[in-house]
Design a protein around this ligand. Sequence first.
Ligand SMILES: C[S@@+](CC[C@H](N)C(=O)[O-])C[C@H]1O[C@@H](n2cnc3c(N)ncnc32)[C@H](O)[C@@H]1O
Length: 273
Amino acid sequence: MTEDDDSDHYYLGVHKDAFRRYRMFNEINMPGTASRLADLSLNPDMHILEVGCGIGDTACYFAKHVVPDGHVTAFDQASDIVKLAEKEARDAGISNITFVCSHAQDFDYGSDRYDLAHSRYVLSYSPDAASIVASVFGALKPKGMFFGEEVAQSYVKHGKAAWIDKMEAWFTALIEHGGGNPNYGLEQLPSDMIAAGFENLHVNGFWPMQDQEEVVAMLRLALSNEMRPNLVALGVATDDEIDAVLAAAQAPGKDFIVSAAAAIQVVGYKPSA
Ligand SMILES: C[S@@+](CC[C@H](N)C(=O)[O-])C[C@H]1O[C@@H](n2cnc3c(N)ncnc32)[C@H](O)[C@@H]1O
């Protein structure tokens, strides 16, 4: 773990310069999130729960859609990241979000509070994802919906590059060291939702690859800042091996294209009471 990381399972780490990587992650993934949300009706009085909000990009997106009467509650375990999220919302003039610093396991979910809950790339890292999904179910009002977007360790590729194979293997190793599942979105999320009581599940996939330079820049940033200290501490990779991958990781051309890891999007509904 890095010194700024409050978790004991989030082996991707949270670096003090993480803001840029979170923002890039959002830019790369928001088209998929927004296209799925376009099919769900967001009403202006909704109460929304954002699980593992990061710097608050999706919380702010929701907050803007639920004015004037709606509200967003957003939490993340990393205190420095929650502070950044609060600042982002304040600077954007958004006042209908409550940010909370909490582990998902400790959060006060309450019951029958929210119309919609959302998580993006959070449960995949958690050893106890099923219990978080069950807590989210309890927190929702009858007919409330959960929109989970979680990792599937599958990339769209054309051509071959050894550095991307290494990145994938290291990403997998870090998630597994933390007790998570790099294929959680495909292998567990629908089952965990059904076990919790959700009905009428809809599943979509989104492979982020619109801007190849941005995908590579985000992967480089994650490796050089956040993954490196944990990979080295765990003995998964040496600094020299990481430097070699960073030197090789250049924006793909016509011989090679790649997406970031897929987001499997699952929407499910809490039955009416
Ligand atoms: C890949 S980032 C995604 C951030 C945000 N959801 C987004 O899509 O931009 C994962 C975030 O989940 C948070 N996280 C992971 N496990 C968590 C847990 N058990 N409880 C609370 N936050 C968690 C991390 O601190 C990190 O900010």
